[in-house]
Design a protein around this ligand. Sequence first.
Ligand code: AGP
Length: 650
Amino acid sequence: MAGRTGLPCTGAAAPAGTLRAMCGIVGYTGRPGAAAELREAGSHSALDVVMEGLRRLEYRGYDSAGVAVLTEDGVQSRKKSGKLANLAAVLEEDPLPVAATGIGHTRWATHGGPTDANAHPHLADGGRLALIHNGIIENFAEIKQELLQEGAEFLSETDTEVAAVLLGSLYRGAAEGDLRRAMQLACQRLEGAFTLLAVHADSPGMVVAARRNSPLVVGLGENENFLGSDVSGFIDFTRRAVELGQDQIVTITPETMDITDFFGEPAEGTEFEVNWDAKAAEKGGYGSFMEKEINDQPQAVGDTLLGRSDSEGRLTLDELRVDPEDLKSINKIMVLACGTSAYAGQVAKYTIEHWCRIPVEVELSHEFRYRDPIVDANTLIVAISQSGETMDTLMAVRYAKEQGAKVLAICNTHGSTIPRESDAVLYTHAGPEIAVASTKAFLAQITAAYLLGLYLAQLRGNKFQGEIKDILADLAAIPGKIQQVLDASGQVRELAEMMADTRSVLFLGRHVGFPIAMEGALKLKELAYIHAEGFAAGELKHGPIALIEEGQPVFVVVPSPRGRNSLHAKVVSNIQEIRARGARTIVIAEEGDDAVKDYAEHVFYVPEAAPLLAPLLTVVPLQIFACALATAKGYDVDQPRNLAKSVTVE
Ligand code: AGP
């Protein structure tokens, strides 16, 4: 299936090779030879390919990088925290020998901070095996315990090193020196999301790779083959690609490619020709990072949930490292955040108050410390920040700590300032968010806030374990429901293109739909530079209804009609009120809600979901609308005017 360049802002299924990854991964195996011969033959060394591929993947953002090559003396590797230039400097000072086989990695930290030790590759089997990884291994802790009992030693805090040591142990044991067999056995043990690439000194010219819930593509060359977390890792060298399917293992040599499942049965990948240019390849075939990140949202939510509850439905947030007794003693939560992150905090307020019966205040960080707030040792501050560098929020956190409060950060950027200065952190796993306007990080923040609320309810006994398990099951179904919204969003895009000349749009919502209305308005302001305002629907008659005139576009986020306390009827009557005054009503409603049809010029349905979880679905059409309208106006949706990705000034 051919990839497509410059995809419009759509939820269309990602074209083959459009792969979503947190880390950058490159593998190569080609004709052996000395550098001079290789270059004379117009070929390239493994390091040439791997470093070029990592440069192509650099846009993703990351916090460390590393490479490993196979030489006559076995595996040799270099790795370094920070940008790729830091690794290049290390290679300058301490070069690797010319080699024909190698792997490379840029890391977006999930387990363990961005340090040299935590950078990939990770070595095992006495340094004879090197492994790189993209994803999250859910059961790494139990496997690590088993390996420690067998006498294994670990140099890092990462889940990846656990996979490397497991692979090395199986290589020496049950796989009897067969790297592909060892990878098959290891993958039968591992749970979660992973793309793994491994080389072993005993298997020159060979790279073995595996994928589950995380992307992997093979590049097919002449007497050389490539691997990448997406095609941009090798697009400079070949455009013939094979996308691997779920739970598959691929073994490449310069002349061969062999695919099996995790149990050794032969399997097939999907071959395609990459017809994107390199720039489009970096965006996974989408026309912008904004579109790519909107479409990455199912994975961002899924990855944020990964490994944080057990099969019994118990939350396992050991990473918080907060004394449960401290959490039991809090009598107030204050959320500190700005912009989109503050709207995530608003959704958290409704949810945590309902589940935990703890009062939750949501404060704009830049207002918080100037209003002489009431904060003490029984206040839990929850600082929500994608970048972890927002100065307003950082200063508010410092103020709150001076007042004796405990601070828990919800953050998407490992090792950034706000988590470092907090008492605890719950990282979102949305992967690097490149576009200035936040989308996937917003959904991941809401997801992390749900996890925090359930954890508090579990600790404080507000909910039975069975209730928590049911909510977690509902949450686990959300990524698939987001994908349904994305797949059905062509009409949203068409409406946006028709409305490209609109000068003002209003957004209404109630309960958890209110912060979503506010976020929908912010997206339109940020991306399309259009006056947009979000209101609580109940506020209409207290003033804003005066804004309604003939043809005024109004988005209305309608709550589910199901449930005894539904606000559905009230919101439908709000729609009637504005419709009667000439408004152009555009409604986001739950599938099957026919009651809204009579009062809506356009209805965009989202799948059924528990009312408190609905924000993860209802915001998506609003994101796509804003992105498509801005695209129709020819604006740069990744770098909107006047905005920065992280506001590091007060
Ligand atoms: C989101 O679309 C905006 N770019 C902005 O409001 C952002 O959410 C805000 O600046 C907070 O950033 P943070 O999450 O990195 O702290």
